[in-house]
Design a binder for this molecule. Structure first.
Ligand code: CO
Length: 450
């Protein structure tokens, strides 16, 4: 077995998981040259929630952040996370927006694009795969890992073969809830190795307390790349610490051969940066608390805290346990969607409604109706006729790729935002987050508003 490769996630998932994605570009830039010496395979620096947060809370242009990062990082590949046809937003965008968005990201310096779909519906990834390949970037297809009677090893192996046939350059096990147990990780990596020669990456979260063990077993099984975060931005709801894994594997055949001196300097730097977020309350100790309930209920940590908050605001905290029990039932009714954005919010909301309205599907959010109509893609197993009728009556279910129902909208969006947009990238920011981007452009024009 060859040396293990490391993707450093602190500049995307690390701060997204622990401090609500609040690192500013000014906090990132001074340490980049040092991080570039570490010997990482790649650094995840863009995508996910970073784009939205730049515009909404940091008054920053996310495209400018990427340009500045690229200008400093010379040796390490830059990686981003994109939600397939949803890009960095929360709905399906038409193909022309997907194409222009990914083209611009790759042009500005992204080398590896990790894409995933909340339902593992490959049709929602096809356009992205086509563009990433055409632009000569590395296309990594990720499985949204979940557990259910239909999410068997065979299910995942078929998905991996589908990724390979669609042109993926590598595959990723994306365990957003941190529920893949050590021996399961070992078996899954071994099984995937048998069906593909593509490199396999493992992405997990420490939420439930098993991540470090699962990573080690995945390494033993021959996983090619592992996601870790530098210590001050690691653990809790984030990834395992980079240094701890590097030291554990030192002088073994999987030694990632990272520059420990560089890792130490990076850790020292971020300790200081993170302190500011501890002091202002952004870094809440709760994110570091191990939550094995995640394993029992199969509910991601973030969703658990959302449900607690929702039940409190509805003055129904006494029904919290009833909601926790309702979540798996709703999930079963809906064909076992993985509980990742946006499905986690949708399933959670429906479970709350079922419990507080005292009956199943008396109140149904529009998103759930659209989901049952097939607008988000195909669930892993079909929804029963009975549940479908209860939710959408006799309305038709679409069978085409959801984005086939959308028409190109770049020109319309461009006209709509007009003079406020100064570039194609501005138009794309506006296409994804209309109000947020518009507010940002207005502030940019009038610095006195900042
Ligand atoms: Co993650």
């Amino acid at each position: 077995m060859s040396k293990l490769k490391i993707t450093e996630t602190s500049l995307r998932d690390g701060h997204q998981s622990l401090i609500a994605t609040r690192l500013t570009t000014d906090e990132i830039l001074p340490i980049l040259a040092e991080m570039d010496k570490a010997g990482y395979y790649s650094m995840e620096v863009w995508g996910g929630a970073t784009f939205d947060t730049c515009l909404r809370f940091l008054n920053e242009d996310p495209w400018e952040r990427l340009r500045k990062i690229k200008a400093t990082v010379k040796n390490t590949k830059l990686q981003m996370l994109s939600r397939g046809q949803n890009l960095l937003g929360y709905k399906n965008y038409p193909d022309d927006i997907v194409e222009k968005f990914l083209k611009n990201a790759i042009y500005e310096g992204i080398d590896i694009v990790r894409i995933f779909d909340a339902l593992n519906d490959i049709r929602n990834l096809q356009k992205s795969i086509e563009v990433i390949k055409k632009e000569n970037a590395h296309c990594q297809c990720a499985i949204s890992y979940t557990k259910s009677p239909v999410h068997t090893t065979e299910y995942y192996l078929k998905l991996i073969k589908d990724f390979e046939n669609a042109g993926a350059d590598s595959v990723c096990i994306k365990d957003m809830s941190g529920i893949l147990l050590p021996y399961e990780a070992y078996d899954l990596v071994k099984a995937i190795k048998k069906v593909t020669k593509l490199p396999i990456e493992f992405h997990t979260h420490c939420t439930s307390g098993v991540a470090q063990m699962s990573v080690l077993k995945a390494v033993e099984a021959g996983v090619d790349i592992v996601d870790t975060a530098i210590s001050p931005l690691s653990s809790g709801t984030s990834q395992p610490a980079t240094e701890s894994l590097a030291i554990s594997l030192a002088e073994t055949e999987r030694d990632p051969q990272l520059n420990l001196d560089s890792l130490n300097k990076t850790a020292e730097y971020f300790k200081d940066v993170v302190k500011k977020y501890q002091d202002n309350g952004t870094y809440n100790i709760k994110v570091l608390m191990t939550e094995p309930k995640t394993l029992r209920y199969q509910i991601p940590g973030g969703m658990l805290s959302n449900l607690i908050f929702q039940m409190k605001s509805l003055n129904a905290s006494d029904k919290y346990d009833a909601v926790l029990a309702e979540v798996p039932r709703v999930r079963e009714d809906l064909g076992y969607p993985p509980l990742v954005t946006p499905m986690s919010q949708m399933v959670g909301a429906q479970a709350v409604f079922n419990v507080i309205s005292g009956g199943k599907y008396k109140i149904i959010p529009t998103e759930i109706k659209n989901y049952v109509k097939g607008m988000y893609g195909k669930p892993a197993t079909p929804i029963s006729d009975e549940v479908r009728k209860e939710i959408i009556g006799d309305e038709e279910v679409i069978t085409v790729r959801p984005a086939d129902l959308l028409t190109d909208e770049y020109e319309r969006v461009k006209k709509d935002i007009g003079e406020l947009a100064q570039s194609e990238q501005d138009v794309l920011s506006y296409a994804l987050f209309p109000q947020t981007a518009k507010d940002y452009f207005e502030k940019r024009n009038k610095p006195s508003l900042v």
